[in-house]
Design a protein around this ligand. Structure first.
Ligand code: HEM
Length: 496
């Protein structure tokens, strides 16, 4: 009896202490925290809970934009987080420092599970990894990779012709673009494709990757609650946690297989193996494995997302589609002429792809950075050390402060149309800037140009019923969670 009573008392006292601590923390965050002077909703400044709920809701990008419209370019969105929506924010937080490294470091909690990848590496490891893999992304490597990329695009076109039933069956292009980009990146990373195009289906590993991204979204959110983290992790759906382990095991197996094949392929593993022989670039086999596994996610889903968005906006805007078709179909006399060099002359196509990335950026989220202990001057204000800074690309590109008619799809804004002279074009940095910007930018543009050019060369495309509000029905969970995008493809009679 005495024991039961004291246990109950201990329990109640602990709860009271926890609540008291929480309330004191909330009070401190609003009244005394170094970020107290920044504008933003008070509840969000008090505790991280509203931020976490927003992050997991899939609609954070929309909420962040509303905050910026209400409070201005810099908003406090959690006790120690600022969101910036300003044309200079990317440069002032992510560009090169004098020593060549990035101005602000990657926010440690957000990147904790990714420390052995380019994304999450510390500044020193990052320099080592980036040097090791850089050769695989050089102009010369891209030249050498072109035949391989074109082979997969040809297979994509063949499959689409087979599956579209002369135009009567609408196809889910999110899937088909994923099949193509995963096959390309699988081949460039591990020396073999995933066979998605061959089998017209997701390879189990590719399907797994989507769960891994969801698992990461949950992990990141829970990790921020230091005291409760051990309990909160049970909230993460179990099947998602297991997926992370499975992903690592499969990467290991793929690497072993590639290493056993002693070929001189122009792929990313080849680049890293060569770098291993130079001592200043030393990179261990386990690091090669994690870097390569990351390339699969970074290099496929993002490109497939942009291809899906481009196709969606084109089919929603028939006059834009008609102009693009005219450009592509008049620039070549046969499909064989559509190559890496020639597509760079398609000015309207470039504007269409950029406008699609503005409307629906492949990395829509905040990609947080952290200010060094000494603090930093950003956008003309002193920001205290330890502050975390997010720049939500979607919110920035839809902000009327930066773009005229921000919610309208108008490629002409990238073609010197005077109506858009006031657009703050510097705000548009879909691949980020500085030493941690996208290493795959040229590869991404190459794939996107070639695929869209060959798609409209081969087919007349039309949005099928039910996909009208595809962008509105998409959610952001680190990357986009996209619904099916159904497109009718009518094969054109052409000489190849
Ligand atoms: C439309 C397509 C793509 C977009 C919009 C995109 C965007 C980005 C962005 C914004 C970052 C910076 C992330 C951050 O600051 O935290 C990034 C990094 C990265 N991207 Fe891409 N990306 C695309 C395609 C690719 C491709 C095809 C690859 C090839 C494998 C790739 C590989 C990477 C890697 C490895 C990083 C990390 C770079 C580093 O930290 O040094 N991306 N990407």
């Amino acid at each position: 009896m005495f024991l039961a009573l004291s246990l109950a008392t201990i329990f109640k006292t602990s709860i009271a202490i926890a609540i008291g601590y929480f309330l004191c923390q909330c009070g401190y965050n609003v009244l005394f925290h170094p970020l107290r002077h920044y504008p933003g909703p008070k509840l969000w400044a008090m505790t991280r809970i509203p931020y976490t709920c927003m992050f997991l809701s899939g609609k954070a990008h929309i909420r962040i934009l509303e905050f910026h419209k209400q409070y201005g370019p810099v908003v406090r969105i959690a006790p120690e987080f600022l969101s910036m929506s300003h044309e200079d924010a990317m440069k002032e937080t992510r560009d090169h420092r004098k020593d060549g490294k990035a101005l602000l470091m990657k926010e440690p909690i957000h990147h904790a599970d990714l420390q052995k990848t380019l994304f999450g590496a510390t500044r020193d490891d990052h320099t080592r990894y980036r040097r090791a893999v850089a050769h695989g992304f050089s102009a010369k490597s891209m030249q050498d990779q072109q035949p391989l990329i074109q082979t997969y695009i040809s297979m994509l076109m063949r499959r689409l012709r087979e599956q579209c039933d002369g135009g009567s069956t609408a196809l889910d292009m999110v899937k088909w673009f994923n099949y193509a980009t995963f096959d390309v990146i699988g081949d460039l990373s591990f020396g073999e494709s995933f066979g998605c195009l061959e089998n017209s289906d997701y390879h189990p590993w590719v399907a797994l990757i989507f769960d891994v991204v969801k698992d990461l979204t949950w992990r990141l959110s829970m990790k921020r609650y230091t005291l409760l983290a051990p309990l909160l992790k049970y909230l993460i759906p179990k099947q998602l946690s297991r997926r992370f382990e499975e992903h690592s095991e499969l990467s290991r197996a793929k690497l072993q297989k590639r290493l056993a094949t002693l070929t001189d392929r122009p792929d990313f593993i080849g680049s890293m193996i060569k770098a291993r022989s130079k001592s200043e670039n030393s990179i261990s086999l386990s690091e090669i494995e994690t870097v390569a596994a990351q390339l699969i996610i970074a290099g496929s889903e993002t490109t497939a997302t942009t291809l899906s968005a481009t196709t969606y906006y084109l089919t929603r805007h028939p006059h834009v589609l008609a102009t693009l078709c005219a450009e592509v179909r008049s620039s070549f006399s046969s499909e064989k002429e559509i190559n890496l060099f020639n597509v760079q002359n398609l000015r309207y196509m470039m504007a269409v792809i950029n406008e699609s990335m503005r409307m629906y950026p492949a990395t829509p989220g905040g990609q947080p950075r952290q200010v060094d202990e000494s603090g930093a001057m950003i956008l003309g204000q002193y920001v205290p050390g330890g502050t975390k800074i997010e720049i939500w690309q979607w919110a920035l590109y839809h902000n009327p402060r930066c773009f005229t008619r921000p919610d309208d799809f108008i490629p002409e804004r990238w073609l010197d149309d005077p109506h858009f002279a006031a657009d703050k074009k510097d705000a548009f940095q879909p691949f980020s800037v500085g030493p941690r910007s996208c290493i795959g930018r040229n590869l991404a543009y190459a794939e996107m140009h070639l695929i869209i050019a060959r798609l409209v060369w081969n087919f007349d495309i039309r949005l099928a019923q039910g996909s009208d509000d595809w962008d509105q029905r998409s959610n952001v969970l680190l990357l986009w969670e996209k619904p099916g995008l159904y497109i009718s493809l009518e094969p054109r009679e052409i000489s190849s």
